[in-house]
Design a protein around this ligand. Structure first.
Ligand SMILES: Nc1nc2c(c(=O)[nH]1)N[C@H]1C(S)=C(S)[C@@H](COP(=O)(O)O)O[C@H]1N2
Ligand SMILES: [Mo]
Length: 445
């Protein structure tokens, strides 16, 4: 039996909310930094966490401002303007992509027959601004901050990183807002953000060095708590004109030391410009925003850090959540997609092999069930990959539509934590982590 649990993994969330409360308490005591975050946003989070009244907080200032950023800004001068109008460098053929503002969504039908990994030229692109074209030979990574031994910064060239032990692994990168438009089309709810269908995900083989290895070489201090990678792309300015600075989101040290990579290869080739050339962070299983592209510097901090990407964005807000939102999002949720266009036409009274993919940020995929009659009857799909953490599985199910007409296809995955995709996802205003079973219309003709 599927169960309709909350859309985030509970054990994970309780760990993260405890961490978040501790961080907020430290901010209250002047021991955490929140550069570029509005004071009222932190106050709202404190209130939601039950940590403070307005009176208690009055007079509490932000801690001392951050030391000036290291040479990353000068290095960004090597940037050449991207050629493509929406700021994406690679070609975006209509057969493979739907463009949405500065972003390009992969069409699932373009993955049929392509193999386990998303071919790099079909991999979705999510850019807050536009792709910078960086010169790998001039690029350096600066690791700095008071969480390093004696606060001494360290610099690495690409060759330095390549001389360190390399790790290769398969993992998906998925936007937290993937599936967002289904809150509206399937549940009749309004949400803000890019109206993705299901194609804001791709899986690739990544090669790079463990972030933990680099942090240790830089001299990780015993007080370090948060790690803040920052991109070399332009400052992100919101629609209402607020400059939020460069794209950055703190990672707790425990995750940074666990399975995070500084990746310089994707599917056996150097990272292409749109996916972070020359080096991106890869945070397996977590929301795509954690995997900072074009990383130029990483602050290692002895104080908890905030950025707009873990205060205003990438928390769940809405009627089902505390007023200041949930804890910051960490792992992705459970989803499935058919490799078919919306309203695909299939010959009636003929045999078809339906194919698709399922994935989960919480565990491995345990099983996938498919329905071709709108959810009345279900049968088990055949899996074509060995399920692995932070990766997707391909599956198939055979189907012969008896007569011409409209049909609704459904695919429902269950992961090794025991969660099954629910019938509906609890609403959140920014439309993150949609995990409900998607009703995919097709026509037999
Ligand atoms: N520097 C930087 N890193 C970034 C972003 C960005 O705009 N700038 N977008 C993030 C988001 S929201 C997602 S979902 C992933 C998308 O990775 P991709 O474009 O390689 O598919 O990159 C993340 N890393
Ligand atoms: Mo994203």
């Amino acid at each position: 039996m599927p169960h309709n649990g909350p859309s985030t993994d509970e054990s994970n969330e309780s760990g993260e909310s405890a961490y978040d409360r501790r961080r907020l308490r430290q901010w209250l005591a002047g021991e955490a930094r929140a550069d570029g975050v509005e004071r009222r946003d932190l106050l709202r989070l404190l209130a939601a966490a039950g940590l403070a009244t307005t009176a208690t907080v009055a007079g509490t200032g932000f801690a001392a401002p951050a030391p000036a950023a290291p040479a990353a800004a000068e290095r960004a001068e090597d940037t050449v303007a991207a050629a493509a109008a929406p700021g994406i460098v690679k070609p975006l053929p209509e057969a493979w992509f739907t463009t949405r503002g500065t972003n390009a969504e992969t069409r699932f039908e373009a993955l049929a027959g392509t193999g386990h990994h998303t071919p790099t030229d079909r991999f979705f692109v999510r850019n807050h601004t536009s792709t910078p074209v960086l010169d790998a030979s001039a690029w350096t990574l600066t690791v700095w901050g008071d969480g390093l031994v004696r606060g001494r910064a360290a610099e690495f060239t690409l060759d330095d990183l390549k001389r360190l032990p390399a790790t290769t692994r398969s993992a998906f990168v998925e936007c937290a807002g993937n599936g967002r438009s289904l809150f509206t089309t399937q549940q009749g709810q309004s949400v803000s953000g890019t109206a993705w269908t299901l194609g804001a995900i791709g899986a690739a083989r990544w090669r790079g060095v463990r972030l933990g290895e680099v942090l240790r070489r830089a001299g990780l201090g015993r007080d370090a708590v948060d790690v803040l990678p920052r991109g070399l792309d332009a400052d992100y300015v919101t629609a209402d004109g607020t400059n939020l600075g460069r794209v950055r989101r703190p990672l707790p040290l425990a995750k940074a030391l666990d399975d995070v990579l500084l990746a310089y290869e994707m599917n056996g080739e150097p990272l292409p410009p749109d996916h972070g050339h020359p080096v991106r962070v890869l945070v397996p299983s977590w929301t795509g925003i954690a995997s900072i592209k074009w990383v130029g510097d990483i602050e290692v901090s002895a104080q908890p850090l905030y950025s707009p990407w873990n205060t205003d964005f990438y928390r769940l807000f809405g009627a089902a959540y505390p007023e200041g939102g949930s804890a910051p999002l960490t792992r992705q949720t459970l989803k499935s997609a058919f490799e078919l266009p919306w309203n695909a036409s299939l010959a009636a009274a003929a045999d078809h092999r339906l194919t698709g993919r399922s994935w989960s940020g919480a565990g491995r995929i345990a099983r996938v069930d498919v329905s071709t009659d709108g959810g009345t009857t279900w049968r088990r799909a055949r899996l074509h990959d060995t399920p692995r953490r932070a990766d997707w599985v391909r599956w198939s199910a055979d189907w012969r539509p008896a007569a011409p007409g409209a049909y609704t296809l459904l695919a429902r995955a269950t992961d090794t934590t025991g969660r099954t995709q629910p019938r509906t996802t609890v609403h959140n205003t920014q439309g993150y982590l949609f995990d409900a079973v998607v009703r995919h219309p097709v026509q037999a003709v």
